[in-house]
Design a protein. Structure first.
Ligand code: NAD
Ligand code: ZN
Length: 255
């Protein structure tokens, strides 16, 4: 048995006994659905300046900078489907081994894969809101008119500040979601962290809170993270390969 198999077995064992398991996910879990991560190999930040493209300050000054990037790559994100990693987390929740999934992602793929309790720390990329009149609209509809309208305009008031319902740089995180995530973390017995570089706070603080309160930590990530040293189980690999193996053992056999 190599180190990876041992890691899978140990993770399955911890989860099979979990009564209040909690997952925290980042962009890595959606990489295999074809949505690029921000950091790391092939990450978007090597291509775009995130401060310009995804900060509230720049957005307010010129929404078309944001929407031009969306015109180029937003269609792929909207068309993405959940992968076996998302489905494994949904299966663990259905089996009672996870109470919820806290995610930094805005792609909606956890919900699409069947996870019921999803806490979105950075909002949802599936909708836009008009900052002038407050009207909401599905993002797919805005996306469809980007080729003929830049920046896109509100269908109701004609305003030119349609903002995706995501948290941009410089915006506060939604307080109810943050509070609930920390509450669940403080009561978790197993904390499963997947596909996040764990360098963005306060999200990275969530597994710390869980560990401080006694949770056992599992990290699944393509590359090392700053938390590998305090984790009981660390598995370096692709989420879509590792998680189904972990869930199958944890759910079927009781590991
Ligand atoms: P990140 O891009 O900083 O880090 C992603 C991590 O995932 C990296 O450590 C990388 O090694 C790892 N990874 C890459 N492919 C993987 C795979 N197949 N399996 C397992 N791990 C893999 O992402 P982050 O830490 O989540 O934070 C950046 C912010 O970017 C988030 O807050 C999020 O809001 C936003 N974001 C969201 C999406 C999305 O919604 N899908 C995509 C890109 C960025
Ligand atoms: Zn409007």
């Amino acid at each position: 048995m190599d180190g990876r198999d041992a890691g899978i077995q140990n993770a399955a064992h911890l989860l099979s006994n979990a009564l209040r398991g909690l997952a925290l996910t980042g962009a890595g879990i959606s990489a295999e659905s074809g949505i690029p991560t921000f950091r790391g190999e092939g990450g978007l930040w090597r291509k775009y300046d995130p401060v310009k493209v995804a900060s509230i300050e720049y957005f307010m000054a010129d929404p078309s900078a944001y929407w031009s990037v969306s015109r180029e790559r937003g269609g792929a994100a909207l068309a993405a489907r959940p992968n076996p990693g998302h489905r494994a987390l949904a299966a663990l929740e259905a089996a009672g081994r996870l109470t919820a999934v806290v995610t930094q992602n805005t792609d909606g793929l956890h919900q699409d894969s069947g996870s019921r309790d999803v806490i979105e720390l950075h909002g949802s990329g599936r909708a836009v809101v008009c900052l002038d009149c407050g009207r909401r609209e599905p993002r797919a509809e805005v996306q469809a008119r980007l080729d003929v309208e830049m920046p896109p305009r509100c269908q109701s008031c004609g305003g030119g500040k349609l903002k995706p319902t995501v948290v941009l740089f410089g915006e506060p995180l939604p307080q109810p979601e943050i509070s609930r995530a920390f509450e669940l973390a403080r009561h978790a017995d197993v904390m499963l962290v997947v596909g996040t570089s764990l360098v963005v706070y306060p999200a990275a603080e969530i597994p710390l809170a869980a560990v401080r309160a006694g949770a056992r930590l599992i990290v699944v990530n393509a590359e090392p993270t700053p938390f590998d040293g305090i984790a009981e189980v660390v598995i370096h690999g692709r989420a879509a390969e590792i998680l189904p193996a972990v869930a199958a053992r944890a759910v079927a056999t009781g590991a």
